[in-house]
Design a protein around this ligand. Structure first.
Ligand SMILES: NC(=O)c1ccc[n+]([C@@H]2O[C@H](COP(=O)([O-])OP(=O)(O)OC[C@H]3O[C@@H](n4cnc5c(N)ncnc54)[C@H](OP(=O)(O)O)[C@@H]3O)[C@@H](O)[C@H]2O)c1
Length: 390
């Protein structure tokens, strides 16, 4: 029986993870569930899955959750705050952690799971983008097992040889090919992008996701963050990572080898597949996802990304090449700009401009410690906020 902690249980990935877990009560039990402010949704999950512990973002939210659980006769212990998040992800009573908090808020608890040597199922790509080498060093030092949940990285993981040692040449790997749907604005007239609404940006043609990652998909910053994530997970330099637009989202990513082979992982676009893969790894379990029928798909298309239409993708490649704390600056500026867009404080086309200005203004340094990374994160947030308000 694997005892699972789900960080970000009320989100899109968290809900899909609980869906897979509920199909296999003989294999998985839930140790802890966390959310930020959606107390009623978390209460319903606690009542169904009976975790030992639940964590929320504030004392008020904890009081509300406690009252709901007491009324339902549910004995889950309720805690709140970052220290509690780190505690449930590193506790001796948990074997595996689904890291599915959105954004930089997930860094500390995800790192705590890695340092404690847990099986870390990583959806929270922002944590790895920010802390890169420090995170991978923590995984290596503790012997944690790191399994990617992003469908692209999970696909690449499946296409690489068992025991791949993060050295592409040693495995005959020539390229990592990250597929991208292109999001809702792949073909839209660029001149009309300034006026798109948050709801239009969040209407992804293939995937149902949280609002932040949906906007990231519309700007293609999501793919940019994934390029940086692929660099850290698979040891490939920027030159060995290509983005390929594939609107059907059936091929989740590919690996090219020196003998001319290209291996791909295919499936219906449903996050329960990579989640089930990581939960059961190296075994296979049912996920609830329908089998792919290629005759129904018919045609698979591919094209090169347009870096002018999607400047965020170019900014992410620049940050990866710059190294150090540049990806942390990029990530923080993006989080602030996306939230400002969702709050209708700025138009869609200002997202990339805010990020570019923050990257220009702030010198990046060495990512020598988590404290240094968090200090740069804070500076970038202040700068982005000043630019947006100015
Ligand atoms: N959705 C996908 O298909 C998908 C695919 C690949 C990767 N990912 C990655 O997975 C992560 C989660 O994405 P999502 O789409 O599931 O996001 P989401 O639906 O917005 O859910 C986010 C979760 O994080 C919690 N949360 C938000 N802010 C927090 C904070 N400050 N402190 C602690 N918890 C906080 C939320 O709690 P409340 O509900 O209480 O707000 C919720 O449980 C992201 O890093 C995303 O890039 C997602």
């Amino acid at each position: 029986m694997q005892r699972i902690t789900i960080l970000g249980a009320t989100g899109s990935i968290g809900v899909s993870t609980l869906d897979v877990i509920a199909r296999h009560p003989d294999r998985y039990s839930v140790y802890a569930l966390t959310a930020h402010s959606r107390v009623e949704a978390l209460a319903a999950q606690c009542i169904q899955f009976r975790p030992a512990r639940a964590v929320v973002g504030s004392a008020d939210a904890a009081d509300q959750l406690g009252a709901l659980l007491r009324a339902a006769g549910c004995k889950t212990d309720v805690e709140w705050g970052e220290a509690a998040l780190c505690s449930v992800s590193s506790a001796a009573e948990t074997d595996a952690v689904m890291a599915a908090i959105v954004g930089a808020a997930g860094l500390a608890p995800t790192l705590a799971a890695a340092r404690a040597g847990k099986k870390v199922m990583l959806a929270n790509k922002e944590a790895l983008v920010m802390s890169g080498q420090l995170f991978m060093d923590a995984v290596a030092a503790s012997g944690a097992v790191l399994l990617p949940i992003d469908s692209e990285h999970n696909a690449i993981f499946q296409c690489l040889p068992q025991g791949y040692g993060r050295v592409p040449a040693a495995a005959g790997v020539t390229k990592i090919l990250l597929t991208a749907s292109g999001g809702p604005f792949l073909k839209r007239d660029v001149a009309t992008l300034e006026n798109v609404t948050p709801d239009e940006a969040c209407k992804h043609p293939k995937w149902v996701m949280g609002r932040k990652i949906s906007v990231d998909s519309a700007t293609m910053m999501n793919k940019g963050l994934e390029v940086i994530e692929a660099h850290w997970l698979f040891g490939a330099p920027a030159e060995q990572i290509d983005v390929v637009i594939h609107p059907q989202s059936v091929i989740h990513s590919m690996v090219s080898y020196s003998d001319g082979s290209v291996l791909a992982e295919l499936g219906n676009p449903d996050m329960r597949t990579p989640i089930a893969h990581a939960l059961a790894y190296p075994e296979r379990i049912a996920s609830g996802v329908a089998q792919l029928d290629l005759t129904q798909v018919g045609t698979l298309q591919f094209e090169q990304p347009d870096f002018k239409r999607f400047p965020c993708l170019a900014l992410a490649f620049e940050a990866l090449r710059a190294g150090g704390t540049a990806p942390a600056l990029l990530n923080a500026a993006n989080e602030v700009a996306v939230q400002a867009f969702l709050d209708e404080r700025i138009g869609f086309r200002r997202i990339d401009r805010v990020i570019a200005q923050v990257m220009e203004e702030l010198p990046h340094g060495a990512a020598s410690s988590i404290e240094a990374v968090m200090a740069q994160d804070a500076l970038a947030r202040l700068a982005a906020e000043r630019i947006i308000s100015g």
